[in-house]
Design a protein around this ligand. Structure first.
Ligand SMILES: [Zn+2]
Length: 164
C-alpha cells in the first residue's frame, strides 16, 4: 500500500515536471528558425567576425563605417554569405543615415521582411531569402515611388562591380 502511494506520488511529480516546460512559451521556442540552419552550413564564403555578427547574430555595424556607404560604382550588391543578387547600384541613394540605402531589391523575391520588436522599437527586418542572413531594416521614408528605404549593413553585402 505504502509502496503504491509513493509510486503514484512520484508519477504525479514526473507528470507535473513534464508539463511545466511545455505549458510555458519561451522566446527561444517562438523565434527558432530551422530553415536558416542548413543554408548556413552550406555557406561557402568565409565570414569575417563583423560579417558574422551582422548576418548571423543580427548585429548592426556602426554608421558611416561600412565600406559601401559612399560607394557610387555601378554593379550588383550580393549577399556576403551566400552570393544571392540583392541590390543594384542604380537603386542606391544618399540617405545620410550612415548605411548603404536602396529604394528596392534587385529582385523582389530575393529578400524577406520580418517584424522586429527588438531594442524597444518596431521595425521591419530585411533578410536574405536564400540563406536567412540578416541584412538590415526597411523604412517607409524612402525617396522612390514606393517610398521605401532599405537600410542595409555594408557587412552583409559583397559588391560586384560591372565589368566593361
Ligand atoms: Zn544570403
Amino acid at each position: 500500500m505504502t509502496a503504491s502511494r509513493a509510486g503514484w506520488a512520484a508519477a504525479r511529480q514526473a507528470m507535473a515536471a513534464a508539463a511545466r516546460p511545455a505549458g510555458r512559451k519561451t522566446a527561444s521556442l517562438t523565434t527558432v528558425r530551422v530553415r536558416s540552419l542548413p543554408a548556413w552550413t552550406t555557406t561557402q564564403t568565409t565570414l569575417t567576425p563583423e560579417q558574422y555578427d551582422v548576418l548571423r547574430r543580427k548585429g548592426t555595424e556602426p554608421p558611416f563605417t561600412g565600406k559601401y556607404v559612399y560607394n557610387k560604382d555601378s554593379g550588383m550588391y550580393r549577399c556576403a554569405a551566400c552570393g544571392a543578387d540583392l541590390f543594384r547600384s542604380d537603386t542606391k541613394f544618399e540617405s545620410d543615415s550612415g548605411w548603404p540605402s536602396f529604394t528596392e531589391p534587385a529582385v523582389a523575391e530575393s529578400v524577406e521582411t520580418h517584424e522586429d520588436r527588438s531594442h524597444g522599437m518596431v521595425r521591419t527586418e530585411v533578410t536574405c531569402r536564400r540563406c536567412g542572413g540578416h541584412l538590415g531594416h526597411v523604412f517607409t521614408d524612402g525617396p522612390g515611388p514606393n517610398g521605401l528605404r532599405y537600410c542595409i549593413n555594408s557587412c552583409s553585402l559583397e559588391f560586384d562591380p560591372e565589368s566593361g
